[in-house]
Design a protein around this ligand. Structure first.
Ligand code: SF4
Ligand code: SF4
Length: 177
């Protein structure tokens, strides 16, 4: 795979410029639901995403660690406590916001950039929350979570390039790419 653009300003500009195209991808995939059922689409997306994920070094970016809310479960808090060598009550008191997390969420890390980010690296990597492990998650339900994925296209090079690849595959004739 040729070198992928990872400059965050450039990715933001590209995502803005191609917003309409990515919306067409979303509508196209909804129209193709019968021909390309959800499991087949999810498998295709994973196949497209794998080399892109492999080609982009997240330790040179860490933009998600600097800018996104990190939602947590009690199991995440327990794992962080183990990694930090602290009682879980201390981890909750120091690092977890239980008050302003979304209603359906148990809690979230209480600062952005994340307090565990050390330069570009995660100092609790082996004990990081589940949401950090799976980000950016494209599946399951790629088709029906695509609106949320589109919202992240300008902030994550991996998301942008996966949408770029899928757009070329499904919208290519329409946009002449
Ligand atoms: S997941 Fe995306 S935003 Fe986060 S570090 Fe990797 S490329 Fe950057
Ligand atoms: S816990 Fe680690 S991976 Fe998760 S946001 Fe913080 S620095 Fe990033």
């Amino acid at each position: 795979m040729s070198t992928l653009e990872t400059d965050l300003e450039r990715i933001a500009a590209l995502a803005t410029a191609r917003q309409d195209e990515f919306e067409v991808l979303r509508y196209t995939l909804e129209l193709l639901e019968d021909e390309l059922p959800d499991p087949a689409l999810d498998a295709l997306v994973e196949t497209v995403a794998a080399p892109i994920i492999a080609a982009i070094d997240c330790t040179q970016c860490a933009h998600c660690c600097r800018t996104l809310d990190v939602y947590l479960t009690p199991a995440d808090a327990a794992r962080l406590a183990e990694g930090l060598g602290l009682p879980v009550e201390d981890v909750i008191a120091r690092h977890i916001d239980r008050d302003t997390a979304a209603v359906e969420e148990w809690g979230k890390l209480n600062c952005r950039p994340c307090a565990f980010l050390d330069g570009q690296l995660c100092r609790v990597y082996a004990h990081r929350p589940e949401s950090c492990r799976i980000y950016p998650a494209f599946t399951p339900d790629f088709r029906w979570t695509l609106a949320d994925t589109l919202a992240g296209a300008g902030a994550c090079p991996i998301i942008y390039h996966v949408l770029d690849a899928l757009s070329r595959r499904f919208n290519g004739d329409l946009f002449g790419v």
